[in-house]
Design a protein around this ligand. Structure first.
Ligand SMILES: *Cc1c(COP(=O)(O)O)cnc(C)c1O
Length: 361
């Protein structure tokens, strides 16, 4: 039995999910099986949206599988990686008694999904050396073992902290947790990072699950397209838990366009710019008085500690610049997260900060 089959909620064994008209559709010319409108909307004369969409649009699955270097049987699409996080929690945590392990400060959705489902969140904080953050994967794996958690989430690169983990370390933890816990690697910012994707681990490890998204590097946050990569047994279980028609046709259409070779080239250009700008911005921020620390980042954002984060935030807002206030997060009570913008936006940010922090201009 695979790790996922072993960890599946007992009450979901034998549960097949909703059998939609679309998934049962066989051959035929006159489709009168799903209570769709017989005629298209006046706003959609070609009828592109008249019928329920394919549950897993094959063209999209195929293109994403190629992009991430896996087989189509190893990938499922969802409404952003947020939906996939929710599906993982729902499939593998018994409501009321399940557990997940996370390393705060980290992306909030893991804990939100767990909480909504009545699952416990076991926290193994990131180590903060003062100079940088690091994930204590050994401690996380130990906590997962000790608490019998079914999911361990690592965000790689880390949001909001920007650190990254080597694939070898993930592989070692996955081996340790084989048969006991799924290691979920959230690579929402993988394109901006130097290290390799953990997707290469899924063949050897039946408990590695990788999340990818078109929301960040591919610039399609509003389309809500994400993917989960894992062994086919995991994918099959998740498909049973997913809603019948998760992927809106207009989202699939734009995703397919954004995954054509020309568009992927343009994406690589944008990613290169973001990485360059990240370096330039980090340097400039470090030189500003009032800045305590700029953490090295493998994402398209920088976590920055300020002497007076309050004043900085207010001044930025005055200048029409919105950054993410991180001060409510544990250990980040002086920190803001700044997304890397265009060169012009970054200059504007620095100008506004120069006035605040230095006070000399
Ligand atoms: C933005 C983000 C996501 C959400 O991705 P969607 O595909 O838009 O749902 C997932 N994980 C992390 C760490 C993120 O920062």
């Amino acid at each position: 039995m695979s790790t996922a089959e072993r960890l599946l909620r007992d009450d979901l064994r034998g549960f097949a999910g909703y059998a939609s008209a679309r998934s049962l559709a066989a051959q035929g010319e006159v489709w009168l099986n799903a209570n769709e409108s017989a005629r298209p909307s006046s706003e959609d004369p070609a009828g592109a949206c008249r019928r329920y969409p394919e549950p897993q649009p094959f063209a999209l699955v195929a293109r994403l599988a190629t992009l991430y270097g896996v087989d189509t049987s190893q990938l499922m699409v969802g409404r952003g990686s947020d939906e996939i996080i929710d599906l993982l929690v729902r499939a593998f945590c018994p409501p009321g008694s399940g557990r997940i392990v996370i390393a705060p400060p980290v992306f909030g959705m893991y804990a939100v999904c767990a909480r909504l489902h009545g699952a416990d969140v076991v926290e193994v904080p990131l180590r903060d050396s003062g100079a940088d953050f690091s994930v204590d994967l050994d401690a996380m794996a130990e906590a997962a073992r000790a608490t019998k958690a079914s999911l361990l989430f690592v965000c790689n690169p880390g949001n909001p902290t920007g650190e990254s983990l080597e694939v070898e370390a993930i592989s070692a933890s996955a081996a340790r947790l084989a048969g006991r816990c799924l290691v979920v690697v959230d690579e929402a910012y993988g394109e901006f990072a130097e290290q390799d994707s953990a997707a290469s681990l899924i063949t050897a490890h039946d408990n590695v699950v990788v999340l990818r998204t078109l929301s960040k590097a591919h610039a399609l946050a509003a389309a809500r397209v994400g993917a989960v990569i894992a062994q086919p047994e995991v994918i099959d279980l998740l498909r049973r838990v997913q809603a019948p028609y998760p992927m809106p046709a207009p989202s699939v259409a734009i995703a397919l366009r954004a995954l054509r070779p020309e568009a992927l080239c343009a994406t690589r250009v944008r990613v290169r710019e973001a990485r360059e700008q990240r370096g330039i911005l980090a340097h400039a921020l470090e030189a500003l008085p009032g800045v305590r620390r700029v953490y090295a980042s493998q994402g398209n954002y920088l976590l920055v500690r300020f002497e007076e984060a309050d004043a900085v935030l207010a001044r930025l807002l005055d200048a029409g610049i919105v950054v993410r206030d991180m001060r409510a997060m544990r250990g980040l009570d002086d920190a803001l997260r700044i997304t890397v913008g265009t060169p012009a936006q970054n200059r504007r940010l620095l100008k506004a900060l120069g006035k605040t922090a230095g006070g000399a201009q």
